[in-house]
Structure formats: structure tokens, C-alpha cells
Design a protein around this ligand. Structure first.
Ligand code: NAP
Length: 346
């Protein structure tokens, strides 16, 4: 038996259909799924895009099921619950986990295929979705749905890297690469903890905006390609204590030179390709470490949400698009013009 509270009958949904190059986005309408025993129906109010969503569409992250609903990140409200659901009721403000199976503890490889909006697992670009009750977290009351929709991947990745694995503390120095989603959450979280954050950006206008958000210093990595030297100068010749490595092969060697003795590199991104091939000898010589970072668990997400609410942090939304403008939202992210997050409001 299923308890249903004013759930709609039909929904708008986008699906990925194979095309000549990657996948095209098609808009459809279909019946709203019924929640099974332990499932919850969530009316998605906003979704946000990540660099990963571009890679999924281009087919860079492996096979995508024909008709997959894209996007991992959304927030909304519970509209109906299955008969065995105990944790949620209609009206609760929630966000689904990027890895629905990774609720707590350490990451396991078996969680990988469950990632929303990739491979075979439907994502959030639909008015209403059905998800297991254990795969939801409550979103902060301090955020509206558009702001909350930016948290599941970008914010949680920065949180795991800096707080859970890195243990960032007051007085530390942090480097973030670029001014996209992960980088700006890194800037905001580390600054709130009393660290001094250096931001790399290819745009002087975005550097200015990063300074207004609290960056201790900024470096233009286009006009200063030896940015590692500049970063050392900015840290009394020592290098930074934490670094969010977002570039991959094209940035890793410089990251190794920009990290200080005993420092912590969080390996996260793939902007310049997959798999850095750097010589890791320097890491050994300076007793530094690299952690591979893969988003985060539900437990980590909940802790981050308390922090965000407690510190009054507001995600930086560059631009919002309407549901009908999903294609334009993808194009805006792909242009690299954004500062922070690109959002779709339903
Ligand atoms: N491991 C994980 O769990 C995980 C989770 C989330 C994201 N990621 C990865 O982390 C990266 C960031 O994702 P995102 O969604 O935050 O991206 P995003 O919002 O699309 O960020 C785009 C911005 O990054 C900057 N950028 C691009 N190439 C760069 C380079 N070579 N060096 C320095 N900055 C560069 C640019 O900033 P400026 O315009 O200021 O130059 C660009 O506007 C991606 O590679 C993504 O795949 C990994």
C-alpha cells in the first residue's frame, strides 16, 4: 500500500538520446512514478549543473543508457511516501545524494554505478522523481531550493576534500583552481574556517569577484602561467597547506610545486584530461600527501548542511534558467563564462 499526498499524475522530464556526437537532450512528458514501499516521491524545485554533466553528454564517462534522465544535483519537497517510509513526510525539504547507496562510512566501489544522472541511473531533471528514503538529506532552512540544489556534488566534494579529509584549520593556506562550483565552495568553506584562500582564474573580472567573496589573493593562470611560483611568493616561499587539484594532467606538476611541506593535495578534477602522470618524488621529499576525492556520503552531506546553516553561507549562483531552457543552461556551463553555479528552476 502506498500513502500519497497530492502527488501530480504527469511530469515534465528531459532524457538523453544518442546522437552523432554524444547525446541530445529531449523533452518529454510521462506518468509520475508510484513510490514503492521504501521510496519517496520528490517534487524537484531546482537542479544545478556540474562539469560532469557535460562529460556525461559527450560520452566521456562511459556508456549512457538510452533515455537516461540527466543531472545529479537537485532539491525539492517530498510529495508522497511509500508505505514503509519512516523518515520523511510530505512537505519535507530535501536533496537526493549523488551516490544514493553511499549513506555513511567509507566509499565502496559498489556505490559507483548508482551515481545519479550517469550510466544507468536516472537523475533529477524531471518535475517529480522516486528515490529510496535513505538516499535523501534535509536541506538547510537558510537556503532556497535553487541554492540547495547546488550542494549535492560541488559543495560536498569541496567539503570532503577540505574538512573531512584535509582537516583545514584557521591559519592554513588553500589554493583553488578556477571559479567554478567546486572552487568557489572551497573558497567559502575554507574562508569560513579561518584559512587564507588563493584563487586561480583566467579572468581578471572573476578574480575581482573572488576577492569580494573573501579570497586572500588571486592569480591569473593565463597571464601568469608560472602560477606555482606566484603562489609560493604569496605564502612566504612555503607553498599552500591544502590544494584542490581540479585541472588534472595540465596542472598537476605545478600543484606539486605549489604545495608546502606536509601539505595535502585533494585530487578531484579532470579539466585537462584524465590521470596526472606527474613524477611524485617531490611528494616524498616534502612529506606531503594526495587524497583521491569522490564527492561524499550522506553523513558528510548532513554535517556540511549544519555548517552551511550555522555559518550563514550562501552558494554563489551565476545564472538561473527556466525548465524549458535546459539546453541553454548546458551551453552556458560549457562556455566557461560562469562564476559559481548554473541552476535550472522548475
Ligand atoms: N572527484 C569528484 O568527486 C568531483 C566532484 C565534482 C567535480 N569534479 C571535477 O572537478 C572539476 C570542477 O568541476 P566543477 O563542476 O566545479 O566545474 P565548473 O563549475 O564547470 O568550473 C569551470 C571553471 O573552472 C576553471 N578552469 C577550467 N579549466 C581550468 C584549468 N585548466 N585550470 C584552472 N581552472 C580551470 C575555469 O575558471 P575561470 O573561468 O575562473 O578560469 C572555469 O570557468 C571538474 O574537472 C569536475 O569533473 C570532481
Amino acid at each position: 500500500m502506498t500513502a500519497t499526498v497530492a502527488a501530480p499524475e504527469r511530469r515534465r522530464v528531459y532524457r538523453l538520446i544518442p546522437a552523432e556526437h554524444g547525446h541530445r537532450l529531449t523533452r518529454q512528458e510521462d506518468a509520475v512514478p508510484r513510490p514503492a514501499g521504501r521510496e519517496v516521491l520528490v517534487r524537484i524545485r531546482a537542479a544545478s549543473l556540474n562539469y560532469r554533466d557535460l562529460m556525461v553528454r559527450r560520452g566521456q564517462l562511459g556508456e549512457v543508457r538510452d533515455g537516461l534522465i540527466p543531472l545529479s544535483d537537485g532539491a525539492g519537497e517530498v510529495v508522497a511516501v511509500g508505505s514503509e517510509v519512516t523518515q520523511w513526510r510530505a512537505g519535507d525539504r530535501v536533496a537526493p545524494l549523488f551516490y544514493p547507496l553511499w549513506t555513511a562510512g567509507k566509499y565502496r566501489e559498489a556505490y559507483g554505478p548508482s551515481a545519479l544522472g550517469g550510466g544507468n541511473s536516472d537523475g533529477v531533471l524531471a518535475d517529480v522523481i522516486a528515490v529510496p528514503e535513505a538516499s535523501l538529506v534535509r536541506v538547510p532552512d537558510t537556503l532556497d531550493f535553487a541554492e540547495a540544489a547546488t550542494l549535492p556534488c560541488a559543495a560536498l566534494t569541496a567539503w570532503q576534500a577540505l574538512v573531512v579529509r584535509g582537516g583545514v584549520a584557521a591559519g592554513d593556506t588553500v589554493l583553488v583552481q578556477g571559479t567554478g562550483g567546486v572552487a568557489l565552495f572551497g573558497l567559502q568553506i575554507a574562508t569560513a574556517l579561518g584559512a587564507r584562500v588563493i584563487v586561480l582564474s583566467s579572468s581578471d573580472d572573476k578574480r575581482e569577484r573572488a576577492s569580494r567573496l573573501g579570497a586572500f589573493a588571486t592569480v591569473n593562470y593565463r597571464t601568469t602561467p608560472d602560477w606555482d611560483i606566484e603562489v609560493r611568493k604569496l605564502t612566504d616561499g612555503l607553498g599552500v597547506s591544502h590544494l584542490l587539484e581540479l585541472g588534472g594532467p595540465g596542472t598537476f606538476d605545478r600543484s606539486l610545486r605549489a604545495i608546502r611541506a606536509g601539505g595535502h593535495i585533494a585530487q578531484i578534477g579532470v579539466f585537462t584530461g584524465f590521470g596526472p602522470q606527474s613524477n611524485l618524488m617531490r611528494l616524498q621529499l616534502i612529506n606531503a600527501s594526495i587524497d583521491g576525492i569522490n564527492v561524499g556520503s550522506g553523513e558528510q552531506f548532513a554535517a556540511m548542511n549544519s555548517f552551511i546553516a550555522g555559518r550563514g553561507l550562501k552558494p554563489v549562483i551565476d545564472r538561473s534558467f527556466a525548465f524549458d531552457e535546459a539546453e541553454a543552461a548546458y551551453a552556458h556551463l560549457a562556455s566557461g563564462q560562469h562564476f559559481g553555479k548554473v541552476v535550472i528552476r522548475f
